[in-house]
Design a protein around this ligand. Structure first.
Ligand SMILES: [Cu+2]
Length: 356
């Protein structure tokens, strides 16, 4: 009779603590907004894990604490406790039940993964290129249009074809849940169907060097009409030859151009690198103790050979990649528009407009 009373009390306690713990866990580890079709099945697995973790933790802790408190040694009790030689039924139960659970979860995971990677006949290809430390996207269905921000039409299945030109990076938008590494020398794929219009952020999820934390990109999920407008706007961009050097400089600076904006602000605030506000003509303290005045030549060198002169107080993380990138772009414009453009001169013209 007494035994039954203990059992009922413990069972009730286990249940109450498990339910309470489940609520604490799911609120403590609240999952981000779910913005893709893939998020549904993954979140369901998370919730099931939380439920089982809460139950098992409660089962063990309640038994241990209950026994320690209720069956503690009474004052004056000097007897040994009864000798117990195990319980075969119990041992079989606590072996078989977890085995079934683990196999069940494994089967569930395999089925979920297979569904997540299955090609969809209606999917749109978006290419993803990663390098230390920036993302570039290309849309083969729209003349290979290139962009530094990722725009996606809502409810459209997407397959990302991903490549890395240096080290391992990882494509991760928490709201889409799924994540995939980009591995140099091979192509990797990731499939998502965005379901919620909004702005998100892509973060590299593989530590990939000094400026890993700044390897991010804007992700915009748009309605079909807004996505078409986004494409049109980019395809109908005025010819570079028709812009002034300052306008071109501002474009090169932006994330649609060469992404200097990721590390340099134009409003005086400090990002990874120094702000460009009031840069031209400024007296700059270099790491080696020298002082210089910022002029055309200094900017030229700062871009082409960033490691040669480091601004004091800043990390040496700017990559020596721009000479090649600029040369390629200039050749492309020459071929398209028949004009020679000097991207560094454009950038200098733009920087000169940023007076304090
Ligand atoms: Cu990275």
């Amino acid at each position: 009779m007494r035994r039954q009373k203990h059992l009922i009390t413990v069972s009730a306690l286990v249940l109450i603590v498990a339910v309470a713990l489940y609520f604490v866990l799911t609120n403590l580890y609240a999952l981000p907004l779910a913005a893709s079709e893939e998020a549904g099945p993954i979140d369901a697995m998370f919730q099931a894990h939380f439920a089982i973790i809460a139950f098992l933790f409660s089962l063990i802790m309640v038994f241990v604490l209950y026994a320690a408190v209720v069956f503690r040694r009474q004052p004056g009790d000097t007897e040994d406790g009864p000798h117990i030689h195990g319980h075969t039924g119990l041992e079989i139960t606590w072996t078989v039940v977890p085995v079934i659970l683990v196999i069940g979860f494994a089967a569930w995971a395999v089925v979920t993964l297979r569904n997540l990677v299955r090609p969809d006949p209606a999917e749109m290809v978006v290419k993803v290129y990663s390098e230390q430390w920036r993302w570039t996207f290309a849309y083969p269905e729209y003349d290979n249009l290139e962009s530094a921000e990722l725009a996606l039409p809502v409810d459209q299945p997407i397959v990302f074809e991903m490549e890395s030109s240096d080290v391992i990076h990882s494509f991760w938008v928490p709201e889409f849940r799924v994540k995939q590494d980009l591995v140099p020398g091979r192509k990797t794929f990731l499939r998502i169907t965005p379901t919620l219009i909004g702005n998100y952020r892509l973060r590299c999820a593989e530590i990939c060097g000094n400026a890993h934390s700044s390897m991010q990109a804007e992700v915009r999920v748009l309605s079909a009409a807004d996505f078409d407008a986004w494409i049109d706007e980019r395809q109908d961009r005025p010819a570079f030859a028709q812009l002034t050097p300052e306008e071109r400089g501002a474009f090169w600076y932006s994330n649609e151009g060469f992404g200097c904006a990721g590390c340099h602000s134009v409003d005086g605030s400090r990002l990874v690198g120094p702000s460009w506000l009031g840069l031209y003509g400024r007296t700059e303290q270099l790491e080696d103790g020298a002082t210089i005045t910022v002029d055309d030549e200094y900017i030229h060198n700062a871009i082409l050979d960033p490691a040669a002169q480091i601004v004091a107080g800043y990390p040496n993380v700017m990559q020596p990649i721009y000479e090649q990138l600029f040369a390629d772009k200039q050749a492309e414009i020459l071929a398209d528009e028949g004009v020679e453009i000097d991207i560094i001169a454009d950038l200098i013209a733009y920087i000169q407009t940023l007076e304090e």
